[in-house]
Write a protein of this length. Structure first.
Length: 254
């Protein structure tokens, strides 16, 4: 299988790349940090996989479109993981804008060229969008992050229905806390914290079965869903009890 993964230099993206390498998939990986991307490529190649990488900022539409087209020309893509994302840190204007540019525009910039490639061949294909448990409801501890993840979650699930008739499969992943550079910056409690390699195995097993919404662990999914359906005034009271995720800093890249 020919697999493309954005945000593949660390966290869930890197763990997905390694698991796909173990399967013998041909990989196309991108990240913003050259040294971490090189490490991820080396790890995949050590497992015998054909792995190719490029330093790309997913927020740059033209660069993303050119990269994805070149990957598809080299080996027709079967599966695309729109995985890159950042956490906000302090809700400064700079950080908020960067969060939306990466988490929303970056997802769009991965998905639309992939759809273009799939449709040109008329041979289906699969898109996997990484959202978050935080996308289930408005979280005062991370307003921008939860908003961007709610956006891509809703878009992905809507695309799943819209693209079914074209034979293009779409899955949306909503993980809870996963050990990564992003969560390493958190100062809040992180219940059910999961290692990235375990999360990757959960994701791939369900993507293989074409599960539409892949949300885990279930206690976190239930808690955030319950928060989202509470009346606004109760939601506000509950949110006052939730500690801030991080006290300061620039966005952390997955």
């Amino acid at each position: 299988m020919n697999v493309l993964i954005t945000g593949a230099s660390s966290g869930i993206g890197r763990a997905l790349a390694v698991e796909c390498a173990r399967r013998g998939d041909r990989l196309f990986l991108c990240g913003r940090d050259a040294s971490r991307l090189d490490e991820a490529l080396a790890e995949c190649r050590a497992l015998g996989a054909s792995a190719h990488g490029r330093v790309v900022d997913v927020a740059e539409e033209g660069a993303m479109r050119e990269w994805i087209r070149s990957c598809d020309d080299a080996a027709p893509l079967d599966r695309v993981f729109a995985n890159a994302g950042v956490g906000t840190g302090v809700e400064s204007e700079e950080n908020v804008r960067r969060t939306f540019a990466t988490n929303v525009d970056g997802t769009v910039n991965a998905v639309l060229p992939a759809l273009e490639a799939f449709r040109a061949r008329g041979a289906g294909g699969q898109i996997v969008i990484t959202a978050s448990i935080a996308g289930y409801g408005p979280l005062a501890s991370c307003p921008s992050y939860s908003a961007t993840k709610a956006c891509v979650k809703t878009w992905g699930l809507a695309l799943r229905g819209a693209l079914r008739k074209e034979g293009i499969r779409v899955s949306v992943v909503c993980p809870g806390f996963v050990r990564s550079r992003l969560t390493a910056a958190n100062t809040c409690p992180m219940p059910f914290l999961m290692d990235a390699d375990k999360a990757a195995r959960v994701i791939l097993s369900r993507v293989d079965r074409n599960v539409g919404l892949i949300a885990f662990p279930w206690p976190m999914r239930f808690a955030t869903w319950a928060l989202s359906v509470l009346p606004a005034w109760i939601n506000g009271l509950v949110n006052r009890l939730v500690p801030d995720k991080i006290s300061s800093g620039r966005p952390k890249v997955l």
